[in-house]
Design a protein around this ligand. Structure first.
Ligand SMILES: Nc1ncnc2c1ncn2[C@@H]1O[C@H](COP(=O)(O)OP(=O)(O)OP(=O)(O)O)[C@@H](O)[C@H]1O
Ligand SMILES: [Mg+2]
Length: 350
C-alpha cells in the first residue's frame, strides 16, 4: 500500500474529520529502505494539533506496515498566499507607529472643520506632541493654502513594489493633501471609486513615522467617501465640528452616526463649537452671538458627547487661514482657544 494512501487514515479533528492528505497537509511521504519520511505542513507555528497528528501518522504506518518501519514526521509552516483585497492592495503598515488616528468631521460643510483641524494640529505640536494631518477632502483640499505649503511637492520613492510618499513638514506638523498632487479642477472630475483610492493612497502610502496624533480632515458630508474612509483607515475615533445654529443640528447627528453606527462603533471624543460668538478686534470684551448662544453646548448635551472647545469667530483666524499662518501659532489671543482645545483632546485620548 502506498504511504500516501495509508496517511488518508489520519483525520484532522478540527477540520470536520477530513483526512490530512485531502487537506493538502502532506508535503512529502516517502517510503525508502524500511523508513517512512513524512513532512506535514501547518498554517501556523506551534499548531496545537501538530504533535497529535504526527503520532497519528506513526500509528497509521504501524497499523499498515508493522512495527519494523521507522517513521520520521517533520512539521513545517506553510506560507499561505494572503487573499488579495479587491481594488487597491494597501496595508496599514505606515500607520503602525501612530498612536491616535482621529477624524475631524462634521455633517455640514463650511463650518470650519479644516480651520479647526489645522489649528488643532499646530496647537498639539506646540504642546510637544508629534503630529500629522491628512487632508481627506479630495474635492476641495484646503490644507496646502491654510499652511502656506501650496507651492511645495512631497518627495516620493520606491520601496520594493510600493511607492512611499514623504509628508511635508512645517510648523512642527507633518502635512499631506491631495492638493499637492492634483489641481483642484482635476480632482473635481474624479468619480467616486477613483477619489476613494486616491484618498487611501494619500494616507496609507505616506511615511508618517512615529506620531502621537494623526488628524484626518474629513470632507464635508456623510457619503460613500466617508464610509470608505471610516472602514479602511483604522481611526480610533472622531471629533465633530459644528457652528451653533439649529440648522446644523441634523447634520451633526449624521456626522456622529457615521462613527457611532453599529457597523463602526468608534467613540466621538467631543464636539467643537466653531464660530461660537463674534468678537470685534476693537471691542475685545464683547461677544456677539451671531449664530445663537451655546448651540454647540446644547448639541453636546443632547448627544452626550463632551464639549471640547468653543472657538469664536475672529478675523485673525480667517486671516491666518488665508495667509497660511494658522492662528494657533500665536501664544496669546485666538491662539489660546486652540491650545485649550488641544489640551482637552489630549486629556480625552490618554
Ligand atoms: N473661528 C473662525 N473665525 C473666523 N473665520 C473662520 C473660523 N473658522 C473658520 N473660518 C473661516 O471660514 C471659512 C470656512 O472654513 P473651513 O474651510 O475651515 O470650513 P470647512 O468646514 O473645512 O469647509 P468644507 O466643508 O468646505 O471643507 C474659511 O474661510 C475660514 O477661514
Ligand atoms: Mg474643509
Amino acid at each position: 500500500m502506498e504511504l500516501l494512501e495509508i496517511l488518508k487514515d489520519v483525520e484532522h479533528p478540527a477540520k470536520g474529520d477530513r483526512n490530512i492528505v485531502d487537506l493538502g497537509m502532506v508535503q512529502k511521504a516517502e517510503l525508502k529502505d524500511g523508513k517512512a519520511v513524512i513532512v506535514l505542513a501547518f498554517p501556523k507555528h506551534r499548531d496545537p494539533l501538530a504533535e497529535y497528528l504526527a503520532s497519528a501518522c506513526k500509528a497509521a504506518v504501524v497499523r499498515h506496515l508493522g512495527k519494523e518501519v521507522e517513521t520520521i514526521v517533520e512539521t513545517v509552516v506553510k506560507d499561505e498566499p494572503k487573499p488579495r483585497k479587491a481594488g487597491l492592495d494597501l496595508g496599514v503598515e505606515e500607520l503602525a507607529q501612530v498612536k491616535h488616528i482621529i477624524g475631524v468631521a462634521s455633517g455640514k460643510g463650511g463650518v470650519g472643520k479644516s480651520t479647526v483641524a489645522v489649528n488643532l494640529a499646530v496647537a498639539l505640536a506646540g504642546l510637544g506632541y508629534k503630529v500629522g494631518l491628512a487632508d481627506a477632502d479630495v474635492y476641495g483640499p484646503s490644507v496646502p493654502k491654510m499652511t502656506g505649503t501650496e507651492n511645495l511637492a512631497p518627495n516620493a520613492f520606491q520601496e520594493g513594489d510600493k511607492e512611499i510618499i514623504l509628508p511635508l513638514e512645517k510648523y512642527g506638523v507633518k502635512w499631506m493633501s491631495i492638493g499637492y498632487f492634483a489641481a483642484p479642477e482635476q480632482a473635481l472630475i474624479w468619480r467616486g471609486p477613483m477619489a476613494c483610492n486616491a484618498l487611501k493612497q494619500m494616507i496609507l502610502q505616506v511615511r508618517w513615522g512615529e506620531l502621537d496624533f494623526l488628524l484626518i480632515d474629513m470632507p464635508p458630508g456623510t457619503g460613500d467617501i466617508h464610509i470608505s474612509l471610516v472602514n479602511d483607515i483604522p481611526m480610533e475615533g472622531a471629533i465633530i465640528v459644528s457652528t451653533p445654529q439649529d440648522v446644523a443640528l441634523a447634520d451633526v447627528e449624521k456626522g456622529i452616526n457615521l462613527f457611532r453606527n453599529d457597523g463602526v462603533k468608534k467613540p466621538v471624543f467631543g464636539l467643537v463649537e466653531n464660530m461660537a460668538w463674534f468678537t470685534p478686534a476693537e471691542l475685545p470684551d464683547h461677544k456677539y452671538y451671531i449664530f445663537g448662544k451655546d448651540g454647540g453646548k446644547k448639541m453636546a448635551e443632547k448627544y452626550k458627547i463632551p464639549l471640547l472647545g468653543q472657538i469664536p469667530l475672529i478675523q485673525g483666524i480667517r486671516e491666518g487661514a488665508d495667509d497660511g499662518r494658522p492662528a494657533a501659532l500665536r501664544e496669546e489671543g485666538e491662539g489660546l482657544y486652540y491650545l485649550q482645545l488641544a489640551q482637552n483632546l489630549a486629556a480625552r485620548t490618554k
